[in-house]
Ligand binder design. Structure first.
Ligand code: GLP
Length: 265
């Protein structure tokens, strides 16, 4: 795992936008349209603003990009202001040149949920898989809505939300009773099939989950720890989210060495 510790949330967003731009560039260079895996929540908003700025200043186009979101609540229509369909439109899609027909968020409204989950998996496969999956992390270490106890071999499916997740996300709703009780989420195995993964975390409330993800034992008890099994993962965090990492000094040394080895001799 590459662990990048930065001084501010803005620096985290800029770093993440550079990674997205780089992956898009590489896909196009190999004659492929980029396929991005997208996340919701408060954490990626800075990244999305940065991508919007780069689109506006003409340095980045999304005209050929396909996207797949990690998850969607069950029980909210797509036009509900807390649905992830709505979030993506408001926070990113309507501000850039991506074609809406090339964006996908799991369908959960008035449909058969198990068929919807299966179809989502095939859609990702038919697109040739995901080049870069963006992730946030829950305070308990969940990724997407793969709650504590999720099988590390899980695929896109219906998942009941934990009380912790519902209480963390209650800030976006009028009351906790309005927070949906379930979601469709890409599974952990689905996420691990992405060719590269970029997990963003900011703030002291994520420090424990980040430490478990990077330095803890691989366990369904902290679903993000499964990322240790993937050969191309970057964890980018601010200092607060990095505060419980035992080997922070080593990660910072590694970044310095990386810069040194990449600069012309
Ligand atoms: C939800 C989402 C996750 C997200 C997490 C943390 O549970 N399903 O994808 O990572 O919230 O969100 P935030 O970035 O707001 O802390």
């Amino acid at each position: 795992m590459r662990v990048v510790i930065l001084d501010s949330t803005d620096a985290v967003s800029r770093f993440a936008a550079d990674q997205v731009a780089d992956v898009m560039h590489r896909s196009r260079n190999s004659g492929k349209s980029p396929v991005l895996g997208l996340a919701t929540g408060g954490t990626p908003l800075g990244l999305y603003n940065e991508l919007i700025q780069r689109y506006r200043d003409g340095s980045l186009s999304f005209a050929d990009v396909r996207s797949f979101n990690l998850d969607e609540y069950v029980g909210l229509p797509p036009e509900h202001d807390q649905s992830y369909h709505y979030y993506m439109k408001e926070s990113l899609f309507q501000h850039i040149d991506i074609r809406m027909e090339n964006t996908a968020v799991p369908q959960t409204w008035q449909c058969d949920l198990s068929i919807s989950a299966l179809e989502y998996e095939s859609k990702i496969k038919n697109a040739g898989g995901i080049d870069l999956q963006i992730l946030g992390i829950g305070t308990d270490g969940h990724i997407g809505f793969n709650e504590v106890g999720s099988s590390l071999a899980s695929r896109t499916r219906l998942k009941t939300l934990t009380r912790q997740t519902r209480s963390d996300n209650a800030r976006y709703f009028t009351s906790i009773d309005d927070v949906p009780i379930a979601a469709i989420t890409m599974g952990i195995a689905t996420i691990l099939e992405a060719r590269a993964i970029l997990l963003l975390a900011t703030g002291a409330n994520k420090a424990k989950a980040v430490a478990g993800c990077v330095e803890g034992a691989i366990s369904s008890g902290l679903p993000a720890s499964a990322l240790q099994l993937h050969p191309n993962v970057t964890i980018v965090v601010d200092r607060a989210a990095a505060s419980l990492l035992h080997h922070a000094e080593y990660y910072e040394d590694s970044e310095r060495v990386r810069v040194k080895l990449q600069s012309p001799q």
